[in-house]
Write a protein that binds this ligand. Sequence first.
Ligand code: BTN
Length: 247
Amino acid sequence: VGQNLIKLSEVDSTNNFLKVLVSNSEPLTEGTVIMADKQFAGRGQQDNIWHTEPGLNLTFSIYLKPSFLPVGKQFLLNMAVSIGIRNALQRFVKDGIRIKWPNDIYFGHQKMGGVLIENMLSGSTYKSTIIGIGINVNQLHFDSRKLKSATSLKEILQQDVNLIELLAEICSHIEKQYLQLKAGGYSQLKDDYVRGLYKFNEPAVYRQNGEVIEGRITEVTESGLLGILRAGELRHYNFKEIEFLNN
Ligand code: BTN
């Protein structure tokens, strides 16, 4: 991952750019990375906009071909990517980096990064996947009207971090997890994912279809459902059904 690196100064979205490359007839090497200094239409999950100050942060997309991955187990790829990012960031920040389900990167109760995975299926196999990653690195000011609560590596470390060094670290850790996925190391991935999960096994409050519920996260399934144990009963929720409260 990252051997073939294309650096752009400005683009709408690195995910969009990669999508166009993938749909062109010329074959693209798996592991190709597109990074940009500035995105003018960066996209987040659930049709959100991804805001980031130009030149200060990491915004990049990785091209993968996980055709070995059975449909229904697609979330294992999200797990591999989030673990890879967390492991890479832990080289810079020892404690406190967590994965917030499904794949936000948190430090304490603040968001430091996000992942937008877009799959292109051919029948029932994953033909191509675009992994879009945004990490707040050297930005210190976040617009509180647009964002819930955000932080960056610089805010935590009180010093600048070299973007290319961090990119290389993230790529190599994602590659390691991706190879583990390819080799079928599912249970290890699931263990590592929950080990790094924000609010795992902690009593917490969530909003589910307008109702506030209290419970603990006890698992995340291979298809990406969040398992919450509530009054002795384990229920599973998808991304649209449940929202974290109190952060
Ligand atoms: C989220 O937390 O909602 C996901 C954010 C993903 C942002 C990255 S930045 C690089 C790539 N290109 C995009 O347009 N989005 C992703």
